[in-house]
Design a protein around this ligand. Structure first.
Ligand code: FE2
Length: 136
């Protein structure tokens, strides 16, 4: 099983953001491992909820930084976050309707892991030159 790993291409250099990104992928990886090890619905459900709650924390942290520092790219970034929030909703729906299946593992990768990795590399990296020296 391929787990997610962050590298230079996903490092913003902003400590708060980088540690939150790491925590988020740790939770994605934990969910993938729970599915690979065929853990029961209850345990998988807990990891889905654990991931979902952290995604909310992270997106609002980033949005607060952007608002407080008058980042001009805020609006399109917020739209991207809304897409991601909808992906989380789809993931939960998949779990609620079909449980801990291989389809759920595919959804975790497509809707959450791959999507978010790409988001960091493209959309997040755009704010780095602007926000890097303004936040810790
Ligand atoms: Fe973002």
């Amino acid at each position: 099983m391929n787990l997610y790993k962050l590298d230079d291409s996903t490092t913003t250099g902003i400590p708060t953001i980088d540690s939150q990104h790491k925590e988020l992928f740790d939770r994605v990886n934990n969910l993938l491992m729970a599915l690979t090890l065929a853990k029961g619905n209850e345990e998988v459900g807990n990891t889905v909820n654990f991931l979902e709650s952290y995604i909310k924390v992270h997106l609002s942290t980033e949005e607060d930084f952007m608002i407080k520092n008058n980042y001009l790219g805020y609006s399109p970034h917020k739209v991207a976050h809304a897409v991601f929030t909808n992906n989380v909703f789809k993931l939960k729906k998949e779990f609620q309707e079909r449980g801990a299946t291989s389809n759920l593992a595919i959804a975790v990768k497509d809707l959450i892991g791959d999507w978010f990795m790409n988001h960091i590399k493209t959309t997040d990296m755009k704010y780095v030159p602007f926000l890097k020296d303004k936040i810790k």
